[in-house]
Ligand binder design. Structure first.
Ligand code: ACO
Length: 428
């Protein structure tokens, strides 16, 4: 018999099991709390609540550890590719050569959009935000391919995953093209995942874009580092929607909406805006740090802090090195990167940030990398969504495959008015 947790409520003792994960994380299993005691727990922001058990990603925020299916992110960043890592995240093991070949073929075969879908792009205003287009178009995809609603076994789920991962890249590039009033570019069958995206983003009818190996490598790394991050806001949203047995595409489309917010995927945009504001306004780094510490107008050091990491975000270390390498190779001198470096140095030696354990997160450097690739700022969160797709699919699959799965339905403590009555309009 394992450990138990004893609590006393209204003078009556109760016992609940303590469960332990494979990395020794411990939790009190309160699934019978309400039925046995009539009480619920209250945990605004879910900082102490485990919403599920999961075998996909492990994070130790205090030590700055991130592993996908047990493999450290540093090893994957050095040795793997985005597509191989995506398959690992979704299916739980490294793909064999046959798995890789089959998945790569499916990605290529599904890269084009149905010609009828192109009409939808015409309906958006030219300045429409690409995240709005992306979430709507992912749902539209399922209307064009009802087979994905039925995805049930590993074979059909693999096909649906390939359709989604391949087409999300085509949709993202098409959303950008329509936002700048240029014709949509068709995918090429001879290009790999990251190169093909860059081709669809930047080729023009009169000029093919040939991505340099340095840019393709950095994009591949960016996507790999974003592939999953356990129960964050968008992934929890995907699981919530999936728990109603909604299809993979509907669930992932909801994930895109959750990612849009500036406290989540939108933070990489906020970082660049902050750096630009410091640069354009001639504000010194010390002055800005002072504003942050004084909490002037709620100003925060964007790209710093994380709900889970109370140490360096391991992804930010890898991205910082990649950003340095890429800018050197392309001979780009970005004043914003210099400001970012000075800000990081100032914050990491300042007691305000040190005592609160605020370190650079993944967004602090991802904006710099994307900017150097020529990706416009309003596409940054879209890039995050393309990278996160494997994690959302894997979490959808985990819910789908769980024989004991129940619809997610949290409770609340009601604090509104009690026992009111309707009053005729003239008496209000
Ligand atoms: N700049 C200045 N102060 C900060 C920052 C920051 N970036 N982040 C947290 N703090 C302060 C808080 O004001 C609070 O101070 P207090 O103790 O004086 O009240 C303390 O640090 C603790 O912060 P919380 O708000 O409790 O941290 P929480 O876990 O709720 O929030 C979050 C995490 C949202 C990431 C926060 O750190 C933040 O807003 N950071 C900037 C936005 C950002 O970079 N988001 C990207 C997150 S990573 C991702 O989604 C991929």
């Amino acid at each position: 018999m394992g450990d138990t947790c004893r609590i006393e409520l209204d003078g009556t003792p109760f016992e609940f099991p303590v469960i332990e994960g494979t990395e020794n994380e411990r939790a009190i299993d309160i699934s019978k709390l309400r039925s046995e005691t009539g009480y619920i727990t209250l945990d605004g922001g879910y900082g102490n609540t485990g919403s599920c058990t999961s075998a996909i990603t492990f994070i130790d925020g205090d030590q700055g550890i991130l592993r996908y299916r047990g493999i450290p992110i540093e090893e994957l960043a050095e040795k793997s590719s985005f597509i191989e890592t995506a398959w690992l995240v979704i299916f739980g093991k490294l793909p064999t050569q046959a798995d890789r070949d089959r998945f790569a073929t499916m990605l290529t075969e599904h890269s084009m959009l149905d010609e009828n879908m192109k009409k939808h792009f015409d309906g958006y205003p030219t300045n429409a935000h690409p995240m709005a287009i992306l979430s709507a178009m992912i749902n539209t995809l399922s209307a064009h391919d009802p087979e994905v609603w039925e995805a049930d076994d590993d074979e059909s789920i693999e096909r649906a995953a390939a359709v989604l991962m391949s087409k999300v890249r085509t949709i993202a590039a098409a959303a950008y093209k329509s936002s700048v009033g240029e014709p949509i570019v068709y995918p090429r069958y001879d290009l790999r995942y990251a190169e093909n995206f860059l081709h669809m983003m930047f080729s023009k009818p009169y000029k093919d874009y040939e991505p340099t190996p340095a840019v393709a490598k950095a994009l591949n790394l960016f996507l790999l580092l974003h592939a999953d991050h356990e129960q964050n806001c968008s992934t929890s949203t995907v699981r919530m929607v999936a728990s109603s047995e909604a299809n993979m595409f509907a669930s992932c489309s909801a994930g895109v909406c959750a990612l849009w917010g500036p406290l989540h995927g939108g933070a990489n945009v906020a970082v660049i805006e902050m750096l630009q504001q410091i640069h354009d306004g001639g504000i010194s780094v010390d002055e800005y740090v002072k504003k942050v510490k004084n909490k002037e107008d709620g100003v925060k050091l964007m790209g710093f802090g994380h709900r889970v990491y109370r140490n360096f975000d391991p992804r930010s270390k890898i991205l910082k090195a990649a950003a340095d390498d890429m800018l050197k190779e392309l001979d780009i001198h970005d004043p914003l990167l210099e400001i970012a470096g000075e800000l990081a140095e100032a914050a990491l030696s300042d007691d305000y940030f040190v005592s609160r354990k605020l370190y650079p997160n993944v967004d602090f450097y991802s904006g710099i990398i994307l900017r150097a690739m020529g990706i416009p700022v309003n596409m940054f969160t879209v890039m995050f969504a393309i990278g996160r797709m494997p994690g959302w699919i894997a979490n959808w699959k985990e819910i789908h495959d769980d024989p004991k799965g129940r619809i997610y339905r949290p409770r609340q403590i009601y604090v509104g008015p009690t026992d009111q009555h309707w009053v005729p309009r003239e008496e209000r």
